[in-house]
Design a protein around this ligand. Structure first.
Ligand code: ADP
Length: 395
């Protein structure tokens, strides 16, 4: 079966065409600067990468470009659109309505629209992508895979915030958690590696990339995670502050004559590792700064590792134990220094790092010693493949 995986952002569309029998990527690419001007980069596996600058005024134009590139006579991956059997869409927010992936019909489309209030930058773009695919390929099933769905198993004590209950009842304010597709994919693999019955397993997944979240997975189910009502909560990230005292918002607003919305935007875009280091949101630059002895890069580095270790410690308590800690995403899969520093806080768990094995980048590897009481692994995430697998399971 061939599944087209689509991930629509507010001004981007990323895609992969995956043969789900072999799990081979047949083609991939992205459209960027949608509504601004437009760039389309496409690579059919085994052929040359093609980059075209062309106006992309909206997401349906982007979908048309993608389908044309996939079926291009010379550089395409397939002969006709008939060879696309189903489409899997990443959808950011499924609210409390969606605890699993679903085939999209009119009723589901409307229900996703209702969740847009909770993710006003993302869900509308996701829906435009779904609609464009429905129009371009009527008869082909579209599946929505939600970033929030995996975390719908969290218990109340983990997802409620300490604010009047009516805000939960009236506005659905609670912890939702994100990166669910990645946490689900990586924890499944971790449990496979452990070789334990799923119901007895306790895994902590550290998804640390530009965005970062940590998730406690007990018995194969998410029981707590660090992102919250929005992806701003939890661990310090590339440009996001992570958790801060909420009274800071009002204090900055007062001092600088800003609205709360403007302060939250600052917390999303100019804070985190970028804001602390004053240098970069890219962790490779932070590592370089640490090596050069840059003080603020060191603060950003130390904060990231300290906060991650505190969250892990909290999740060990939440699950009353842990069998495996798995690192994933850009930093988690690649950054030897970050993994080593985080694990240095956790020797009390009987964790022993294998410093040689820890020098791995983007591959699956055990980075703890054979004797380590808790196993530690680097496990590459693959959200596109996870979406393709979910899509096949549903159609
Ligand atoms: P997102 O999808 O959230 O943007 P990614 O999972 O792609 O994030 O991760 C991006 C982050 O990973 C960047 O901060 C980048 O610096 C970091 N990263 C990528 N490769 C390395 C590496 N070799 N060493 C350290 N950090 C890396």
């Amino acid at each position: 079966m061939n599944v087209l995986v689509i991930n629509c952002g507010s001004s981007t569309l990323k895609y992969q065409l995956i043969n789900t029998d072999t799990e081979a990527v047949l083609a991939k690419g992205n459209c960027e600067r949608i509504k601004v001007d437009g760039v389309h980069v496409h690579t059919t596996t085994g052929k040359e990468k093609i980059k075209v600058e062309t106006p992309i005024p909206d997401h349906s134009t982007a979908v048309k470009l993608v389908l044309a590139a996939l079926t291009d006579k010379d550089n395409g991956a397939i002969k006709s659109l008939d060879e696309i059997d189903a489409i899997g869409h990443r959808v950011v927010h499924g609210g409390e309505r969606f605890a699993t992936s679903v085939v999209v019909d009119d009723e589901i489309f409307a229900a996703i629209e209702e969740c847009s209030d909770l993710a006003p930058l993302h869900n509308p773009a996701n829906l435009i992508g779904i609609k464009a695919c429905m129009d371009a390929m009527p008869g082909v099933k579209n599946v929505a895979v939600f970033d929030t769905a995996f975390h719908q198993t969290m218990p109340e004590e983990a997802y409620m915030y300490g604010i009047p209950y009516s805000y939960y009842e009236n506005y659905k304010i609670r912890r939702y958690g994100f990166h669910g597709t990645s946490h689900s994919f990586v924890s499944k693999r971790a449990i496979e590696i452990l070789g334990k019955p799923v119901e007895d397993s306790k895994v902590i997944v550290c998804h640390i990339g530009g965005g970062a979240s940590i998730c406690a997975v007990k018995g194969g189910k998410s029981v707590d995670t660090s992102m919250g009502f929005t992806p701003l909560d939890g661990l310090i990230m590339g440009t996001r502050s992570g958790s801060i005292d909420p009274a800071i918002v009002d204090y900055i607003a007062d001092k600088e004559g800003k609205t709360a919305k403007e302060v939250v935007s600052l917390l999303n875009k100019q804070s985190g590792v970028l804001g602390i280091s004053g240098r970069s949101s890219d962790f490779r630059d932070i590592d370089a700064g640490v090596v050069e002895g840059d003080k603020r890069c060191k603060v950003a580095f130390d904060m990231t590792c300290y906060q991650a270790a505190k969250l892990i410690g909290g999740y060990v308590a939440a699950m009353n134990g842990v069998d495996m800690i798995a690192f994933t995403a850009g930093i988690g899969e690649n950054d030897t220094m970050v993994r080593e520093k985080i694990l240095s806080y956790l020797t009390y768990l009987g964790i022993e790092l294998d410093t040689e094995a820890n020098k791995c980048h983007g591959e699956e590897r055990m980075i703890s010693t054979a004797d380590s009481r808790v196993k530690v692994y680097a496990i590459p995430t693959n959200e596109e493949l996870a979406i393709a697998r979910e899509t096949v399971a549903l159609v």
